[in-house]
Design a protein around this ligand. Sequence first.
Ligand code: ZN
Length: 277
Amino acid sequence: MKRKIHTYTSKEPMLQVKAFIVEGNDELVIVDTTLTKSDSLALRQQADSLGKPISGIILTHGHPDHIAGAFNVKQDQDIPVFAVPAVKQLMLDTEQAKHAQWSGMFGDEWIPQWAYPTEIVHNNDQVKIGNMHFTVLDIGAGGDCDANSIWLLEDENRAVFAGDLLYKNNHTYMNDGGILRWLSNLENLAPSLKSYESFYVGHGPVCELKDFDKQRAYFLHYCSEVLKATNGTGIFNDETRKQFEQVMLTAYPDYGCQFMVGLSADNVGKELAGHHH
Ligand SMILES: [Zn+2]
C-alpha cells in the first residue's frame, strides 16, 4: 500500500527545517520534530488534525533542529521514540551545552527539556512501528553531525527519510568534522538505494537518487576551493575566508542557507589539512 507523507516546514526562517508525518490507515509515524516551541507544537497540531494516533517518533540524527521538538510532539503521552544508539548518546553528550549555547538566542522558543529515545534500534534492523515497516541504516558520523541514520519505508512509496544526508539546493552544514566520511557514505549508499524513489530530507525539497551525485560534487567543489583559498594549509584568515565565501556563493547563486558556507569553512579546512599532513 501507499502511505500519505505530509511535510511540515518550519516557520523559523534560518533553517526551515522539515519534519514528516507518515499517515497509515489507522495511525501516524512522525519523522523528526523541528527545533522551536512554536514549530513543534504546530507539527503536533497538524498530526492531531489528521485524527489518528501517533504510533511512534523517529529521530534521524542528533542535531537540535530535528530532536528538540520531540518533547512537544510527544507531550505527556506514552509515544515510543526510535533512534540508533549513537543518536541517543550524542543527545546525552550535547544537551547541556546546546541549552547553554542557544537558549539565550531563542528565548521562549527554545525547548528546555529533551525527550530521549525509548526504543534503541541498530543498523539493518527491520523496525515495525504500528503497522508500518522501516529498515534503519546506521550511517555513523558520515553526515552533518556525529550520529546519523536513514530510514527506509518498506511499502509502495519507495521512500527514504534521509535526515540531513542531502541538502538539495542549499549550502550544507559541514561544521562537525565528518566531511570525508560523509563523502564515502554518499558513494557507498547510493548503489544499494537504487530501488527507492523519493528521499525526504531535513532542508530542501524531496530528492532523488541522482542528488547523491550532486551532493558529492558540491562537497568536492567546496573542499577544492577551501584548499585553493588557503594555499593548501586549510587555515583561513578573515580575508581569505571572505574570498572563499564569495567564490562559493557565485558558483551556486540559487542555493539557500548561504550562512553555512563561512560557518563550515574552518572545520573543513582543519579536517582536510589534518589528513594532508
Ligand atoms: Zn538539520
